[in-house]
Design a protein around this ligand. Structure first.
Ligand SMILES: NC(=O)c1ccc[n+]([C@@H]2O[C@H](COP(=O)([O-])OP(=O)(O)OC[C@H]3O[C@@H](n4cnc5c(N)ncnc54)[C@H](OP(=O)(O)O)[C@@H]3O)[C@@H](O)[C@H]2O)c1
Length: 290
């Protein structure tokens, strides 16, 4: 291990590594010396492109299919890994999908799918990964989100599932800690990924401008930015963060009262209470990411 490549000799699996925050995390972990296994659900080509970047930094990276809606797919991935004799130092549970709708508009299948990915199969994945993690004193890193600590329109379902995931992290910390495996949650704020662009449509530019003008770090966090703290909690030295849900929002959430108040105060009186019913996140019409 060197200071520049602190994860040399480590293997990390990143779920949902084909794009967004997962892709940035995979690339960063590879630059830090880890052999990275990138999982994808549908976008194999995108995952292979991430893998090529990872391999350029550290040989041995590969892509694996994983559909967290499908119990058999989760079991099959870990059966393949066990068969190959893989070990794991880090499991980054990053993949997510949901329906962004007001709670009263949600269909039961949307609730089931969101909880399948974020709770049911997250826990199944941990159970199946544990034998690969235990010999290495490995780390589970679960990606939650700002919607568990503050209201975001349309996020009630995902927030409920992520809150469940956070609770599982705290219990894993206590149950697996004695066996040498540690668990950490990470809580990003706004991250400017392609799926956010898609979801917010014509409102995206204004959201980015709001981040650039009011976030304490005066930028809209890129996936690269948000992957920095994820990589930090993958370091062996982060062992005593066991059971913590670590915010990597750059103080953006803490600053919200000031940010909102300041912005509101600057709106001309005649524009107070603009009609926002058409906003995708507020109107509840946006369809779920697949
Ligand atoms: N973006 C933000 O502002 C933000 C803020 C806070 C927290 N987060 C959290 O950060 C994580 C990454 O967010 P993101 O914006 O980068 O997401 P994203 O761009 O929507 O990417 C989602 C990833 O999850 C994979 N995926 C989707 N459904 C899946 C399934 N059923 N089984 C397995 N993999 C599946 C996708 O694979 P394919 O490409 O193959 O479909 C993709 O790699 C999520 O947990 C999200 O909740 C994001």
């Amino acid at each position: 291990m060197s200071a520049a490549r602190p994860l040399e000799g480590h293997t990390a699996l990143v779920t949902g590594g084909s794009r967004g925050l997962g892709a940035a995390t995979a690339r960063r972990l590879a630059r830090m010396g880890a052999v990275v296994i990138v999982t994808y659900r549908a976008q194999q080509d995108a995952a292979e492109a991430v893998v090529a970047d990872c391999r350029a930094a550290t040989p041995g990276a590969r892509a694996e299919h994983l559909d967290l809606l499908d119990e058999d797919s989760v079991r099959a991935l870990f059966a393949r890994m066990t068969e190959r004799g893989d070990h794991l130092d880090v499991l980054v549970a990053n993949a997510a999908a949901t329906a962004f709708k007001p709670l009263l508009d949600l269909k039961l299948h949307q609730i089931d799918k969101t909880f399948a990915i974020t709770v049911r199969h997250f826990l199944l994945m941990v159970q199946l990964a544990f034998p690969l993690l235990e010999p290495r004193g490995g780390r589970i890193v679960a990606v939650s989100g700002a919607d568990t600590v503050g209201y975001i329109p349309g996020h009630g379902l995902l927030a409920a599932a992520k809150a469940g995931m956070e609770t599982i992290v705290r219990y894993l910390a206590c149950e697996l800690g004695p066996r040498g495996v540690t668990a950490v949650g990470i809580l990003p704020g706004y991250v400017d990924t392609d799926s956010i662009k898609l979801m917010t449509g014509p409102f995206h530019a204004k959201l980015v401008a709001a981040e650039e003008q009011t976030h304490p770090l005066r930028t809209a966090a890129s996936p690269e930015d948000a992957s920095e703290a994820i990589a930090l909690v993958c370091l062996p030295e982060a062992r005593w963060l066991n059971g913590q849900i670590v915010s990597n929002d750059g103080a953006g959430i803490f600053a919200y009262m000031g940010r909102f108040g300041q912005a509101w105060a600057m709106v001309p009186d005649e524009m107070v209470m603009p009609d926002v019913a058409g906003a995708p996140l507020l109107g509840g019409e946006a369809d779920p990411p697949s």
